[in-house]
Ligand binder design. Structure first.
Ligand SMILES: [Zn+2]
Length: 439
């Protein structure tokens, strides 16, 4: 069958794709888009390129359906984050295939998924199945820098082309060691939103030999220390509650929760068992803020008259931005710290973990990974899904790869890789899902 041949080819094509350096910045997604376009052309399929900035192209290919439903979009991004070859076992842009893996920056995030989607798309096209909705393959630029010249620009300039009933994107994986003996598939249904703050404190400049206690750094640092001494309260929001409910049968410490099903019980367990001590859980159980940059002073014997700090804040979808800013202001305890909110990154509602489309995702996963637990999840980071969710389109983040928890550090880290078998199986998985939703 066509699909078997395409699945067998996928890992080799991924290896080639990984050799195209699409590190963002600068992105250079045009080269990646041209590569994907050449594969489509070899199979006699057309595509459009949208260049939103010089060299920054996104690619869209469409199979037309009867229009009974709105399109299904298979969404992936072409760009990758930088990779410092230092520390890698292989050259991160070699696309090396060894030990049963395809290695390279983007293997998991998310060129691997891009190739799986492309192969599934081509298989459906080659079969000429009648579709009840359009199937769209959409490979975009700039996800790793916020999607401003990727999805966001496309939605602004070509909203009709990006209409959809459902988007399948990155986000969750089949985790092998979260519970014993069976895969646990996280379906990303929601994500936190981001807010970047610049804190500026002015002070009294002067000669380093005559300190006044009013230098900008002397004033900013105690305020920052007060802020860093605070933490936002723990909260279990509906997505995470659904996650813990599915986890409960396998995690003994959660046992009291399914017995009474009360959010308060869950919250008590979270607090008593100190689940927030695990950074990955802390990140989905409260608003966080991370002090990541400080700028002040330029000479050792000069007292600076201004000092700046930069905070990366990640907020639960339920948190009101204004309330969070009030918290920061109060915690700093210094009204003269000027707070500048210089970037907000998309607050969007969660996609439902019920209904026709979620069920299609869930049942495909269950049919593919016997014994698997499927659960909604919230990402602490951001993806392009937020742009579609903000328009009311459900987005599910599912990369059909089987990973151990330790493999997650490879994403944006060293030695990123994906199993050849996962690439191959992933093509079949997406093909099954697409047929279920479109045929
Ligand atoms: Zn990604």
């Amino acid at each position: 069958m066509e699909i078997d041949k395409l699945a067998d080819e996928a890992a080799r094509l991924l290896s080639e794709y990984l050799r195209i350096d699409t590190t963002n910045p600068p992105g250079n997604e045009g080269a990646g888009a041209a590569f994907l376009g050449s594969i489509l052309r070899e199979h006699g399929l057309e595509h459009e390129l949208y260049e939103t900035a010089p060299g920054r192209s996104s690619l869209l290919a469409r199979l037309s359906g009867s229009g009974e439903g709105k399109p299904l979009i298979l969404l992936n991004h072409i760009d990758v984050v930088p990779a410092d070859p230092e520390g890698w076992q292989v050259d991160p842009f070699s696309g090396e295939m060894s030990d049963g893996f395809v290695w390279g920056r983007g293997a998991l995030d998310m060129k691997g998924m891009g190739i799986m989607q492309l192969m599934a798309f081509i298989a459906v096209a080659r079969e000429g199945l009648p579709l009840r909705r359009d199937l769209v393959f959409l490979a975009v630029a700039d996800e790793e820098a916020g999607g401003y010249c990727g999805v966001r620009a496309l939605l602004e300039k070509h909203p009709r082309e990006l209409e959809a009933d459902l988007v399948i994107n990155e986000g969750g994986y089949a985790l092998l060691d979260l519970v014993p003996g069976r895969p646990f598939f996280l379906v990303a249904c929601a994500e936190k939103y981001g807010m970047w703050l610049r804190l500026l404190r002015r002070g009294l400049g002067g000669h380093g030999s005559m300190p006044t206690g009013r230098g900008a750094l002397e004033l900013l640092i105690p305020a920052l220390a007060r802020l860093l001494g605070e933490r936002r309260s723990l909260r279990v929001n509906p997505v995470m509650e659904a996650f813990f409910a599915r986890l409960a049968p396998y995690w003994e410490i959660l046992e009291p929760y399914p017995a009474d099903g009360r959010t308060e019980t869950l919250l008590r367990i979270v607090e008593e068992r100190d689940l927030a001590a695990v950074p990955a859980l802390n990140a989905v159980l409260r608003d966080t803020f991370s002090l990541n940059m400080l700028h002040a002073g330029n000479k050792i014997n000069v007292i600076p008259d201004r000092a700046e700090a930069f905070l990366d804040c990640r907020l639960l979808p339920e948190t009101e931005a204004g309330e969070f800013l009030d918290f920061v202001r109060r915690a700093l305890g210094d009204e003269e710290v000027e707070i500048d909110r210089f970037l907000d990154m998309g607050r969007a509602p969660a996609s439902p973990w019920e209904g026709e489309f979620y069920r299609a995702v869930e049942e495909t996963i269950l049919s593919f990974y016997p014994g698997c637990v499927v659960s909604p999840f919230m990402l602490s980071g951001l993806s392009d899904s937020r742009y579609f969710r903000a328009r009311g389109v459900p987005c599910y983040g599912i990369i059909p790869a089987r990973l151990g928890l330790s493999d997650l550090t490879r994403i944006h880290g060293v030695d990123e890789r994906i199993a050849v078998q996962d690439v191959k199986d992933g093509v079949h998985f997406l093909y099954r899902l697409v047929r279920r939703v479109c045929a």
